[in-house]
Design a protein around this ligand. Structure first.
Ligand SMILES: Nc1ncnc2c1ncn2[C@@H]1O[C@H](COP(=O)(O)OP(=O)(O)O)[C@@H](O)[C@H]1O
Ligand SMILES: O=C(CO)[C@@H](O)[C@H](O)COP(=O)(O)O
Length: 487
């Protein structure tokens, strides 16, 4: 008899990741497929929902074949703050607009003054959110928005393709800025502000609830069995908190995907305004996460890699070797990782990335090392903001693409001056998604499942000499940030 498997799908920014876990949370199979991001104009970022679906089906088939398991449940996760406009037949009317898309900066500034977002939602309004992007659509593409019968968020489009049912969860709903604190209902006030009829938005269901079952057509396309239960799942920040076992106060995870996330379970206190943190409903129902957001985490590394590899592709290992040749502090070179604007703690989409302190003595290794250190500095700012808000950090865990670099993990431990645990799973959002599906199908408590199945690979201890060098590079970084803030 084949093993029982729980399949998790994470629609990331650069790729879809699919994992199959057994009942103990061990990986039986995995696969991933990339897709392109289009930037038809500067500051725009779009992806094809049809490409997401094709990539998801291919990755499901491959992960399933590798696992040899019979799939008992499916769970979902995906990039937050993207949306797809659907016609009356649920066909996409255009490419999806992503979180990275900051076309709605002017709308954000205007709407931020029209409602007290911190009081209503617990968060400042940001150009990342769906609300200002819909406002942009309403004013710039009114015919397109008028033709939209329904609006799907990223992972919810996959739920629709898998089950024929459109629904979302509180984490994805709340991140749009169209719900009030808690994310359980679409807000009449905020929907009225955006002139969006809430009937066009998906119903909000619990993340660990069965939202639907695989249709025969979807099962055929993805290689799964018709009727398999599919959980609503959670936006990637909430799913990765589940996947990283951030299910008790005092645990924090730093993940370096395309973005970077620093997540902590919120203490009972309210999130103080102005610290540049966001609050998001947890994947564990009725709990809340606080999020420090690094806009360009792995993306900073990917950008550097694309520049160094312009003539001939350069491997991650070669990048690692270049940076390892340079001492901590990068001999005075500082990188501000704001290629797509700054989130925590500055909340300035108009801030931009830069290198400072360059001289002719510096080489490519200095640039690579400065990129790793710059992102680590931004992660430290996020942790400092969480601590200042009252979310103490007993344990810090690392995961996702960037954490596959041992040097980056060591730099983070040195920059934070504390041990950090590397999670023995790169794709923690997909892991969280699989656990949410498992919990939904078997009605087991998700927090318990997440804590008991967490795999830790190793611990990185801070080194005294490097810690001192990084104290200095952090001070330099902060000074450059103050000078680089647009007036
Ligand atoms: N060995 C590595 N060293 C440094 N960065 C890496 C490594 N492997 C992957 N990355 C970075 O991780 C990012 C992708 O991480 P991933 O978790 O797959 O992100 P997403 O969910 O956004 O698609 C890329 O930006 C890539 O540059
Ligand atoms: O929108 C946000 C946070 O508000 C992003 O964090 C996305 O959720 C993307 O995450 P990755 O695909 O880079 O992991």
């Amino acid at each position: 008899m084949s093993l029982r498997g729980h399949l998790g799908i994470d629609l990331g920014t650069s790729a879809v990741k699919v994992l199959v876990l057994d009942d103990e949370g061990r990986v039986l199979g995995r696969a991933g497929r990339g897709y392109a991001t289009r930037a038809p104009r500067p500051g725009w970022a779009e992806q094809s929902p049809q490409a997401w679906w094709r990539a998801t089906c291919e990755a499901c088939r491959e992960a399933l074949a590798a696992s040899g398991a019979a799939i008992a449940s499916v769970g979902l996760s995906g990039q937050l703050n993207g949306f797809v406009l659907l016609d009356a037949d649920d066909e996409p009317l255009a490419d999806a607009v992503l979180w990275l898309d900051i076309r709605a900066e002017a709308e954000t500034r205007r709407l931020a003054g029209a409602a007290d977002f911190p009081a209503l939602t617990g968060n400042a309004l940001s150009a990342i959110c769906v609300l200002p992007k819909l406002e942009w659509m309403r004013t710039q593409r009114p015919e397109l928005l008028a033709r939209a019968a329904r609006i799907a968020l990223v992972k919810d489009y996959i739920l629709l393709r898998l089950t024929g049912i459109l629904a979302t969860d509180p984490s994805d709903a709340h991140s749009t800025a169209l719900t009030e604190t808690g994310g359980l209902n679409w807000s009449e006030t905020l929907c009225a502000l955006a002139q969006i009829d809430p009937a066009r938005l998906p119903p909000i269901r619990a993340a660990d609830e069965v939202a639907g079952h695989l249709t025969a057509g979807a099962a055929e396309a993805a290689g799964l069995a018709p009727g398999t239960p599919v959980a609503t799942g959670a936006g990637d920040v909430a799913a990765l908190a589940v996947g990283c076992g951030v299910v008790a106060p005092g645990t924090t995870a730093i993940t370096l995907g395309t973005a970077g996330h620093v997540v902590a379970e919120a203490p009972a206190a309210d999130l103080p305004a102005g610290g540049g943190l966001w609050q998001i409903p947890h994947g564990v129902p009725a709990r809340t996460l606080w999020l420090g957001l690094i806009m360009s985490g792995g993306l900073s590394h990917a950008w550097m890699r694309s520049i160094l590899g312009a003539a001939a592709p350069i491997s991650f290992e070669a990048m690692e070797a270049l940076a390892a040749d340079v001492p901590a502090g990068a001999d005075g070179v500082t990188f501000l990782p704001f290629l797509e604007g700054a989130a925590t703690p500055y909340n300035r989409p108009d801030m931009r990335g830069s290198f400072f302190g360059l001289s002719s003595s510096h080489n490519t290794g200095h640039l690579v090392r400065a990129v790793l250190e710059g992102v680590a500095c931004n992660a430290r700012e996020c942790l400092d903001a969480l601590a200042a808000a009252g979310a103490g950090t007993r344990e810090v865990r690392l995961a996702e693409g960037g954490a596959q670099s041992p040097l980056w993990c060591q730099i983070i431990a040195d920059m934070l001056g504390r041990p950090v645990d590397l999670i023995d799973e790169r794709d923690t959002s997909a892991r969280g998604a699989a656990l949410l599906g498992y919990a939904a199908a078997e009605t087991v408590p998700i927090a318990e499942l997440a804590a008991k199945t967490l795999p830790i690979a190793r611990q990185y201890e801070p080194h005294a000499v490097e810690m001192q060098a990084h104290e200095e590079s952090f001070a330099r970084y902060q000074a450059w940030c103050r000078r680089a803030l647009p007036g």
